[in-house]
Design a binder for this molecule. Structure first.
Ligand SMILES: NC(=O)c1ccc[n+]([C@@H]2O[C@H](COP(=O)([O-])OP(=O)(O)OC[C@H]3O[C@@H](n4cnc5c(N)ncnc54)[C@H](O)[C@@H]3O)[C@@H](O)[C@H]2O)c1
Length: 245
């Protein structure tokens, strides 16, 4: 049974990816800050393993990978945070924290897992970026740079690790009604305004993202390497349709 290691897998997009992976016959290991927050998905997936840790603390990632006892076939590099402040009110600490989790942490986990995959000669990594790294949005300070940086890292990882047997891709979710954005959509007027801006005329779901991740991890995508797959109903490229004529 192939093994998927999912960071930030306790809730949101990571937990949905865990559900789909298990349904597709994968063994699932979740790595997240708090076991308590992950209890609902762990109750649904009794066979899933859970490792408490922090992607910004390398020793906790190493401990989890050592305890796993097997090399993952898939890393879903999904742990992420977003905080909102205008640039002039963003402290260096605010900025550094977002970079530490979304970019440096993702790099650390990828490197530690890749070392093990390379020793075996195979493996797939899917980094979770964001359309927020492609089309920037005021108030998100370091998030856009972190996600654009992770997209660049995806290309670099493919160039350096592709020849060693690995595939490294990214999924960039758009406006997802779920995970860290759930509360944005408490207001139905926001749901409706945003929905009408999306060419597919709906918001995305956690499941839309899980499907894209698991497709990239599958043999069907065996010749896809270094690619950022945008899963956004078409909205990121629809800027001109929003400009009045
Ligand atoms: N939900 C969206 O609208 C959306 C859109 C674009 C991109 N994304 C990206 O998708 C990924 C998952 O987001 P989500 O919406 O499921 O968010 P979420 O807040 O629901 O889940 C994120 C998970 O990451 C974990 N996490 C945070 N910091 C961590 C750390 N230092 N170490 C280990 N785990 C940590 C959290 O505990 C949580 O379980 C993130 O990378 C996010 O940037 C989400």
């Amino acid at each position: 049974m192939p093994l998927a290691f999912i960071t930030g897998g306790g809730v949101g997009l990571g937990a949905e990816t865990a559900r789909l992976a298990q349904a597709q016959g994968w063994e699932v290991a979740l790595f997240d800050l708090s076991r308590a927050r992950a209890e609902p998905v762990l109750a649904e997936l009794p066979a899933a393993r859970f490792f408490e840790g922090d992607v910004t603390r390398e020793e906790t990632v190493t401990a989890a990978l050592d305890a796993l006892g097997a090399v993952p076939d898939l890393l879903v590099n999904n742990a992420g945070i977003v905080t909102f402040k205008p640039l002039l009110e963003t402290s260096t600490e605010d900025f550094a924290k977002v970079i530490a989790v979304n970019l440096t942490g993702a790099f650390t986990v990828a490197r530690l897992v890749a070392e093990r995959m390379i020793a075996r000669g195979s493996g797939s990594i899917v980094n979770i970026t964001s359309t927020g790294g492609i089309a920037t949005s005021p108030g998100t300070h370091a998030y856009a740079g972190a996600k654009r940086g992770l997209a660049a890292m995806t290309e670099l990882m493919a160039q350096e690790w592709g020849p060693l047997g690995l595939r490294i891709n990214a999924v960039a979710p758009g406006m997802i009604h779920g995970g860290m954005s759930t509360t944005v959509y408490d207001d139905n007027a926001v749901v409706e305004r945003r929905r009408m801006g999306v060419p597919s005329r709906r918001l995305g779901t956690e499941h839309d993202i899980a499907e894209a991740v698991m497709w990239l991890a599958s043999d069907a995508a065996s010749y896809v390497n270094g690619h950022e797959l945008v899963v956004d109903g078409g909205v990121t490229k629809a800027t001109m349709s929003m400009i009045p004529r």
